[in-house]
Design a protein around this ligand. Structure first.
Ligand code: MRU
Length: 346
């Protein structure tokens, strides 16, 4: 099952806001519907957003009829802007949009533009699955039989088109016959760890134990964690941006001598930039003050309390033991080694 796919001239995706209660597929027949799904986190995770951006441009080509090519190209450019305005931090979203937009704009008539856009979007989705398997293969070498791995947020099939990045590494190691146990942090406020990571791993029969985010220090102090593996939304020259709380996990891991790995595809790297240049998404207050954001019934904080709700944080690269990519495992010094990997073929 793929997290996001094209069928019957529509983008279809698993509605991640409903898991683990319900497994439902959303059908987006307009870019507005898809943009809304991205904003609500019905589809989320950097690599899945890359595919969503790509499919979004294809959808712009199919969502209505066009008088002529110029009108069509103008429409696609506007839809690209709408998609790009949904979430600011994961660089993969912009990569997906730009790649398919460029290909679509190279077409000469309506049918050709549609064909090129869809072909390119499908390529992104296929590439994602292939590269996740490679990330898994390289990363699995870092795990030993019997390891307990702590992970944060959701970096599995649901955060990608299939397989996963950090969870892909765990899946690959398990597939190789290693006995791996996972500790999943719930990942407040939207609980991607408890709702999605636990659901995925249990479905695959992988041993997973749920903890709250504030138990990370305790489990490391008790020696219960051998390695940490997380994903990334953007890797810049001095930091890894990932789900809010990742930085805290990295600092605690360093204090306890636990290796801290980041698994991500090359499209997550934005090596031209530094952490001060990245926009960190700030989300709405309701995510913090209600116990269940879907029904907004039970308050868990005073309704009018002041709220600060950043969705991501930067972990300085000094906390990162290695970066696991589809091109191999990158070790420090990153300023020397990352550029070599970025230009290398897989
Ligand atoms: O807000 P989200 O759920 O889109 O955040 C996702 C994460 O932070 C993931 O860890 C990251 O995208 C890596 S997914 C392979």
């Amino acid at each position: 099952m793929r997290t996001i796919f094209w069928e019957d001239n529509a983008v279809k995706l698993i509605d991640q806001t409903r898991l683990p209660d319900e497994f439902t597929i959303i059908e987006c027949r307009s870019v507005e519907q898809l943009a809304d799904a991205i904003k609500r986190l019905a589809v989320r995770g950097a690599p899945a957003l890359e595919a969503a951006g790509g499919y979004g441009i294809a959808l712009a080509c199919f969502e209505r009829d066009f008088e002529d090519v110029n009108e069509m190209k103008e429409h696609i450019r506007k839809r690209a802007k709408l998609l790009a305005s949904t979430r600011p931090t994961a660089v993969n979203l912009f990569y997906g949009i730009d790649r398919v937009l460029k290909r679509a704009l190279s077409g000469n008539d309506v049918d050709e533009i549609r064909k090129l856009a869809l072909e390119e979007a499908e390529k992104i989705a296929e590439e994602d699955v292939r590269r996740n398997k490679l990330i898994g293969k390289h990363g699995a070498k870092l795990l030993e039989d019997g390891d307990t791995v702590l992970t944060y947020c959701n970096t599995g099939r649901l955060a990608t088109v299939d397989w996963g990045t950090a969870l892909g590494v765990i899946r690959s190691a398990v597939e190789e016959g290693k006995r791996i146990k996972v500790i999943a942090c719930e990942t407040r406020p939207l609980n991607q760890g408890s709702r999605l990571t636990c659901w995925e791993l249990m479905k695959d029969g992988i041993d997973v134990t749920l903890i709250t985010d504030n138990m990370v220090g305790f489990v490391m102090q008790r020696g219960m964690v051998d390695k940490v593996i997380v994903g990334a939304d953007r890797i810049v020259r001095d930091a890894v941006f990932n789900k809010i709380g990742t930085y805290t996990v990295a600092v605690v891991a360093k204090e306890h001598g636990v290796p801290f790995y980041v698994a991500a595809p090359i499209t997550t790297f934005d090596w031209q930039r530094t952490m001060d240049e990245v926009i960190i998404e700030e989300r709405g207050r309701d995510e913090l003050i209600y116990c269940n954001i879907k029904c907004r019934k039970t308050l868990i904080a005073p309704k009018d309390v002041k709220v600060f709700n950043p969705a991501f944080d930067p972990t300085p690269l000094k906390y990162v033991t290695a970066l696991i990519t589809e091109k191999g495992v990158i070790y420090p010094p990153y300023d020397e080694n990352v550029p070599k990997f970025l230009t290398r073929s897989t």
